[in-house]
Each structure stands twice: as structure tokens, then as C-alpha cells.
Design a protein around this ligand. Structure first.
Ligand code: SAM
Length: 286
């Protein structure tokens, strides 16, 4: 069965009385090259355990199962249970777990399914776009994956990879760059899905870092500074930080910027990740 063939998808879904739910980000792939290329980009082998979020009808699960040692796919929509039983019938190394990937204890799942079997965990998924930020935050926090290869909205992918001074630069991008080395791989047009989304998608790979790109004395304060800078991104850093971080005065920020050789009128969006690290280190000493 060809799981990316539009007619076959329609016939399969109508057989099981399934209708797409927009709020679950259900845009299924209809271009065969896409799941094959995503699976190859994740580069799993027989020693790899792949965690997939949102298998849908299984079009990415099948090529992953061919390459990996084991695949565990977490799907929220239980209406897909009979569909996946049919489409994944021949895939002995695949386990489908029904539940919400945001609420599930993924660490326990990875330990039981992969680590206890000596498999190196990675993530590969065509993510439901409405959960992109929280699920990537959760997956990168776990520190057990070698890499995470996912298709997400192009706009979010660019935000994750943006550097200081670029309009897409953001607090979420800095969080991702703090934990991973992100890489844009390729774009996928809306015409490759049913139903078609309004936006272009991009496949990215996040290589998990063993240590952050800069040293900070207080990681919590580092992220407080980053968030405060981007909450009020049109304000100068002196104004943005002193108005949002209790106990941090205009003078303290101005002095720290001077010590770092940075302009007193600078905005947060112009600061590189390592500058934010140095700034938060100076503020932590106050
Ligand atoms: N992998 C399929 C493909 O590429 O055609 C489907 C991808 S579709 C973009 C996203 C899938 O994620 C849907 O099957 C949806 O039901 C599922 N999903 C949505 N929210 C979820 C959640 N919180 N946890 C697990 N799966 C979820």
C-alpha cells in the first residue's frame, strides 16, 4: 500500500470513517519523496531507536522502520488505531503508543524501549505544528537524543536558526541554540500535504550539545535576561531589563554593557548568545 498516494489515503480513511482534525495539526504527506528524505536525513541504523511523534497513517513510520533498530511512535488520536494496525501490519520493529506526547513520560518510554535494549535514541517526526515549541523544549531538555530531525513550519525553523541582528532572532531560537546545533535541511511546499497547510514547511536537524556554547554562572538568570530582552525587543536592553527583572537597575545594566564594550543604547536583538551569557554573568555578581 502506498501511504502517500492521495486516492489510497482517501479510501483508507473513509474505510475507517476518519476525518481530519485541524486542531491536531493533521496534515498528512502525499509526496513519497518527503518521508523517504526525512527518514534518510535522520540517518538511523540498526543500533538506533527512533521516537516518532504523530505517525498519522504511518507514511514516515514505514521508511524509519526499514532503517532503524526499533521505532516507537506516539499518536494522540485514537481514531487512528485501526488505521495504523492495518498500515503497519508488516513492521515488526514498530510500537505505537497512544497518548499526548506533551504529557507523556517520554524519558521513561525511551529508557524502556531503547536504552534498556542498547539502542541510541533519536527523534524523527513530521510534527503537529501547534505543539512545535513545547515539544521541542521538552525533547531537548531530555538530553538522551543524539539528534532530532523534524519537519516544522518554515517560519519557526528560521527562528530556531537565526543569528543576532536578524529579524527572526528570538528567545526560543536562543534556547534551541543553547541546547543544540540546529541545521536547516530542506523545504516542503504546501502541495505535498492533504489537507494543504497555508504555509511552507522546513525539515531541520538539531544536534544535541553535550555542553552549552558559553559558560554561565546562573542558567536561570541567563534565560530570564534573554526572555526580558525579547519581551520588549524594540526597547533598549537597559530599559527592557531594568523594567522587568526585580533588583536590576538601569545603572547596573548600563555598567555591565560598558564592561563588555557594548553600546549603552543596544537592543537585545543585537546581542549574540555569548554576549547574553557574559551579561548575565555580570548581573549575577550584583
Ligand atoms: N506523520 C504523518 C505524516 O507525515 O503524514 C502525520 C503528521 S501530522 C502533521 C501530525 C500528527 O500528530 C497527527 O497524526 C496528529 O494526530 C498527531 N498529534 C497531534 N498532537 C499530538 C500530540 N500532542 N501527541 C502525539 N501526537 C499528536
Amino acid at each position: 500500500m502506498k501511504l502517500t498516494d492521495y486516492q489510497e489515503i482517501r479510501a483508507l480513511l473513509s474505510l475507517h470513517g476518519f476525518h481530519f482534525t485541524k486542531s491536531l495539526g493533521q496534515n498528512f504527506l502525499t509526496a513519497a519523496w518527503v518521508p523517504d528524505k526525512i527518514a534518510e536525513a535522520a540517518a538511523p541504523n540498526r543500533s538506533t531507536g527512533v521516537l516518532e511523534i504523530g505517525p498519522g497513517i504511518g507514511c514516515l513510520t514505514v521508511p524509519l522502520s526499514r532503517l532503524a533498530g526499533r521505532v516507537v511512535s506516539v499518536e494522540l488520536d485514537r481514531r487512528l488505531m485501526p488505521v495504523l494496525s492495518q498500515t503497519l501490519a508488516g513492521c515488526e520493529n514498530v510500537e505505537v503508543v497512544f497518548g499526548d506526547a506533551l504529557k507523556m513520560d517520554l524519558q521513561a518510554l525511551v529508557e524502556e524501549e531503547f536504552l534498556s535494549r542498547g539502542l541510541q535514541p533519536v527523534v524523527c517526526a513530521n510534527l503537529p505544528y501547534n505543539i512545535t515549541s513545547p515539544i521541542l523544549t521538552k525533547l531537548t531538555e531530555m538530553k538522551c537524543f543524539a539528534n532530532i530531525t523534524v519537519m516544522i513550519q518554515q517560519e519557526v525553523a528560521r527562528r530556531i536558526c537565526a543569528s543576532a541582528g536578524e529579524s527572526d532572532y528570538s528567545a526560543f531560537g536562543i534556547l534551541m541554540q543553547w541546547r543544540t546545533v540546529p541545521e536547516l535541511l530542506f523545504d516542503v511546499s504546501p502541495s505535498c500535504f492533504v489537507p494543504q497547510p497555508k504555509v511552507t514547511s522546513t525539515v531541520i536537524r538539531l544536534g544535541l550539545r553535550e555542553t552549552p556554547p558559553a559558560e554561565v554562572q546562573d542558567e536561570k538568570l541567563f534565560f530570564t535576561v534573554v526572555r526580558a530582552a525579547f519581551n520588549q525587543r524594540r526597547k533598549t536592553l537597559v530599559n527592557a531589563l531594568s523594567s522587568q527583572i526585580p533588583g536590576v537597575s538601569r545603572e547596573t545594566v548600563a555598567k555591565a554593557l560598558e564592561t563588555l564594550g557594548l553600546d549603552g543604547q543596544i537592543r537585545g536583538e543585537a546581542l549574540a548568545v555569548k554576549d547574553f551569557a557574559q551579561l548575565s554573568n555580570l548581573l549575577s555578581k550584583q
